[in-house]
Design a protein. Structure first.
Length: 189
């Protein structure tokens, strides 16, 4: 096995792995032969729900941080958080994170009941990644220049939460899944 580390923009240990001529003993087989891909996909529903939860945590973190900051930052004699132009994007982010959280729990409930949960797991991941990214944008915007300063920690979370538009499944492929498997449209690739 060859391991090639990939340095990247987020705090995530990432490596490219190459397996050459690897033989796996029969007794190590999981489940039934020929069903492997289905097992992998089933496992991915848990991963998507988990990542949704991670994004939701990020989303609450951003909303919490920025809500406090705009209450403390005073410009022209009043906190910037008194302006509705500042309040509304933050309030909108909070609503979207809460909505994503409901879909996350729906996916968890189905998964725990051993019911199919592909749609809910994908939709939870989609909503949560989008909500956390919107919250990240509001958070960095309303920290002004300090949003870019390491000491506030916002720029780090901003970079980290951007990942979830791409991995572990890109937003586009979730839309494709919903279009094809839930709405019955023809497969595009
Ligand atoms: C930090 C990090 C950690 C990772 N960790 C893991 C891991 O632990 N395990 C693992 O298996 N993978 C991991 N990945 C890989 C990750 O899952 C993939 O990068 C991701 O699924 C996107 O696949 P790709 O890079 O092959 O993009 P590509 O398939 O090359 O697609 C590129 C972009 O084009 C668009 N696109 C592609 N196909 C279509 C289409 N049919 N319709 C519309 N748009 C499309 C999407 O926007 C996509 O983001 C990780 C990636 C990163 C960045």
């Amino acid at each position: 096995m060859t391991v090639r580390p990939i340095r990247n923009m987020v705090n995530h240990e990432t490596n490219e792995l190459f397996f050459e001529n690897l033989e796996i003993p029969t007794e190590n087989m999981i489940g039934q032969e020929g069903q492997g891909f289905k097992y992998i996909l089933d496992g991915l529903n848990a991963e998507r729900t988990l990542i949704a939860a991670e994004c939701i945590g990020d989303g609450y973190w951003f909303v919490d941080r920025v809500s406090k900051y705009v209450g403390e930052r005073v410009v022209f004699g009043r906190p910037i958080g008194q302006n509705q132009g500042v309040q509304f994007p933050i309030a909108e982010s909070y609503i979207e994170v809460e909505a994503a959280n409901l879909m996350r729990w729906q996916a968890c409930t189905l998964f725990d009941a051993h019911q199919p949960c592909g749609a809910e797991a994908n939709m939870a991941k989609y909503l949560a990644a989008k909500a956390s990214w919107e919250a990240a944008n509001a958070c960095i915007q309303f920290h002004g220049g300090f949003g870019f300063a390491h000491e506030y920690d916002v720029e780090r979370k901003f970079r980290e939460t951007r990942l979830y538009q791409v991995a572990p499944i890109s937003t586009n492929l979730i839309l494709s899944y919903i279009a094809e498997h839930i709405l019955g449209m023809p497969r595009s690739f």
